[in-house]
Design a protein around this ligand. Structure first.
Ligand code: ATR
Length: 279
């Protein structure tokens, strides 16, 4: 016990073998001299509650939650952070000393940090921001942009209805849903474009978006990290625009989780990035 206590955490998903989280957290466990392990927890949907409730008895510090459990896991928490409540999904569970369960969603935080890595003086309220997509990833990014003080977010989604739902639920004063056909023309006065859809991922067609109307200093970002340079980011690079890939979001969402479980604020280093790229 004491200094050498064996610490445990993991990622619950179904399937989960593709997750990069074990590579990240096991790297930090080793780097910070902890004795412990971060595992893969393949949990089928009908066993989710049992798996979550079993963590305290097993002495597990907590876990990440990934597809398809992010929404359902929330209902088993004893306390949920207000931003995760707003998003309606969690990606991190922290088991408290008394065994109760706290739920967080650090995805949006991870995204903002990845942005600040590239543009340390980035301000959410500078100019309109364009968000493409209206799924779970879009929800967490929208909530984070709003808490950073965004004043105008143009939300574009293939199915307008899904974008309208997010506009209504998350903040119609700031979020405005537009028709998919308007996506190219809405870029001309924007500071930032974020693709939250799967378009451009390995095995998927590129996102159909013409970036030419963007101002010359606008940032183009994609939350995809396979490939690191999606066709959208390549188009931006060829136009001379700064780009951000999804690797930073993946790495930075992991930091607050590691800190809550193990009491250390870990660093995102080039060594860790390289390790993930070789994964
Ligand atoms: P996640 O929860 O990971 O964000 P999701 O809920 O499946 O994933 O969301 C996928 C997003 O990609 C949605 O916004 C989806 O648009 P629809 O609401 O119209 O389904 C978007 N998407 C999927 N295929 C697309 C395509 N071919 N063109 C444009 N957007 C697409």
């Amino acid at each position: 016990m004491g200094v050498n206590k064996f610490v445990m955490a993991g990622v619950m998903g179904w399937p989960v073998a593709h997750s990069r989280s074990p590579t990240i957290h096991n790297f930090w466990i080793k780097q910070y001299g902890l004795s412990g392990a971060y595992g893969f927890f393949p949990v089928p949907p009908d066993k989710l509650e049992q798996a979550i409730r079993g963590m305290a008895a097993l002495g597990i510090a907590g876990c990440n939650v990934t597809i398809p459990h992010k929404v359902h896991a929330l209902q088993f928490m004893d306390w949920v952070h207000p931003s995760a409540e707003k998003i309606g999904a969690i990606n991190t569970i922290v088991v408290q000393p008394d065994g109760s369960l706290h739920g967080y969603n650090n995805d949006g935080y991870g995204y903002i940090q990845s942005l600040r890595e590239v543009q340390s003086n980035w301000q959410a309220h500078d100019k309109p921001i364009v968000v493409i997509g209206a799924g779970g990833a879009a929800r967490s990014i929208l909530v984070a942009l709003m808490s950073e003080g965004a004043t105008e977010i143009r939300l574009l989604n293939r199915t307008l209805e899904n974008a309208r739902t997010l506009e209504k639920e998350l903040g119609p004063q700031v979020i405005k849903a537009y028709e998919w056909d308007q996506r190219h023309s809405l870029l001309s006065d924007c500071s930032l474009v974020i693709n939250t859809t799967s378009q451009g991922m390995e095995g998927y067609p590129p996102l159909d978006l013409d970036l030419a109307p963007l101002p010359s200093d606008a940032v183009v970002s994609d939350i995809i990290y396979t490939p690191l340079e999606t066709p959208l980011l390549k188009q931006a690079r060829l136009l001379g625009l700064p780009t951000i890939n999804g690797l930073g979001m993946l790495l930075h969402q992991a930091r607050p989780a590691f800190r809550s479980w193990f009491g250390i604020d870990p660093l995102v280093t080039d060594e860790l990035r390289n390790k993930l790229l070789k994964h």
